[in-house]
Write a protein that binds this ligand. Structure first.
Ligand SMILES: Cc1cc2nc3c(=O)[nH]c(=O)nc-3n(C[C@H](O)[C@H](O)[C@H](O)COP(=O)(O)O)c2cc1C
Length: 384
């Protein structure tokens, strides 16, 4: 069996492609309780705020660290804070991605509250923005619930449990022009951030090369690669214990663990099967990219980062509705010093105007829908 048949890594995280040699489907499956949130709020849950939080936790977020705290002590309000124990200091030194992940959460919260019959009034940074270079405990947003008989669920709400970050190889066929057009129209109804797509061979090749180099750079820089490996959850028992991070489960992972081929130490070490096949997988993902897209903001204020998160998750939901897969690439958007040259290069190659910051960069295409990723129990993020 070739090594690429048994373990694959995507953008700092690993996912599994089980080869035919191992057909035992019940070894080390994804623990049911880790993905129960994808079924929606538990049937007995009556509190609209807690019901909405269950949906909001399904938001895409960096390394699936779920860096959210919600304060419910004030009736009729939800105050959102960053959970500062769940940051990514090496790859996200200014907390930019963490802030995008606040935006994705906030948008799903607002969609879910509308589905509960509430208009959500969102006050951004009610006690001031956290400074650019640090995440403090100022609230990100205070959301007031206003009963509104006219509130109607946004059609995108229905896509929340079906949405995924699809990290596998994509089909070779191009993304349909009508799908890109529908994504653009949907984006423009709620966001004035720059959204653009690349589908032409020349630009795709240039972006692919830069993205590939960025992933390589992150993997070759020990402290940034370690940050990802520290957040790997290998096998059902680790997944059950954490319900966050990048999770690896299934018969192939079980087998590799038994063989001692897949350990955090090996995944950290260039030259091992775990490390090399990880890199092979990233490269295959980029090689299969038939379209890239990006969201950029003028400047890089905290509010713009949150707005980018809100826009990104709406795009991901719309893509889900259309059957289009999306996969973020963050490496070359990251602000650690070794990445500076590639950070400049991707800004140049996308052609974003001077002074704009690329907030999200992703590939788009068609691929089988993967299973859901774990989420922690909603009560673990609630301050009450
Ligand atoms: C700001 C941000 C950056 C991300 N960067 C990457 C990335 O570089 N590579 C990757 O594979 N996934 C990336 N993701 C996707 C997350 O890994 C994914 O959302 C998380 O694991 C949960 O999985 P889900 O989106 O399928 O629910 C990013 C998501 C966000 C919101």
């Amino acid at each position: 069996m070739k090594r690429r048949n048994f373990i694959r890594v995507a953008g700092g995280g690993l996912v599994v492609a089980a080869g035919g040699a191992f057909a035992a489907p019940n070894l080390d499956p994804m623990p049911e309780e880790a993905v129960t949130g994808w079924k929606g709020p538990p049937p007995g849950e009556q509190d609209p705020r807690r019901r909405a939080i269950t949906w909001a936790m399904l938001a895409p977020n960096p390394h699936n660290m779920q860096p959210w705290l919600v304060d419910l002590r004030q009736p009729g309000e939800i105050t959102l804070h960053v959970d500062r124990t769940r940051l990514l200091p090496q790859t996200d030194p200014f907390g930019r991605q963490v802030m995008i992940g606040q935006g994705t959460f906030l948008e799903l919260l607002v969609l879910a509250l509308a589905a509960e019959g509430y208009r959500a009034e969102v006050a951004m940074f009610p006690e001031g923005e956290s400074p650019a270079n640090l995440i403090d405990d100022h609230p990100v947003a205070r959301v007031s619930l206003i009963r509104d008989p006219a509130a109607r669920p946004d059609p995108l709400f229905r896509q929340i449990p079906r949405r995924r970050s699809t990290k596998t190889e994509y089909a070779a066929r191009p993304v349909k022009a009508e799908h890109l057009a529908a994504l653009m129209v949907s984006h423009r109804t709620t966001s004035n951030l720059l959204l653009a797509f690349a589908t032409g061979k020349e630009q795709l090749d240039a972006l692919r090369t830069i993205a590939t180099q960025g992933s390589e750079m992150e993997m070759q820089t020990p402290r940034t690669h370690k940050e990802s490996i520290d957040r790997l959850r290998i096998g059902a028992s680790e997944i059950r214990a954490h319900r966050d991070g990048i999770s690896l489960s299934g018969p192939m992972i079980w087998a590799l663990r038994q063989l001692g081929t897949l350990t955090p130490e090996k995944a950290l070490t260039p030259g091992t099967t775990a490390w090399e096949s990880g890199r092979d997988y990233v490269m295959k993902g980029y090689a299969s990219a038939v379209a890239f897209g990006w969201i950029a903001s003028p400047g890089n204020a905290r509010a713009a980062q949150v707005a980018a998160g809100r826009a990104y998750v709406r795009l991901n939901l719309k893509a889900t509705e259309l059957g289009v897969a999306m996969h973020p690439h963050s490496q070359t958007l990251q602000e650690f010093p070794e990445m500076a040259q590639l950070h400049r290069a991707i800004h140049d190659a996308t052609g974003v105007p001077e002074g704009h910051t690329l907030q999200m960069f992703f590939r788009l295409g068609y691929a089988p829908v993967p299973g859901p990723t774990p989420r922690r129990p909603p009560q673990s993020i609630v301050v009450s």
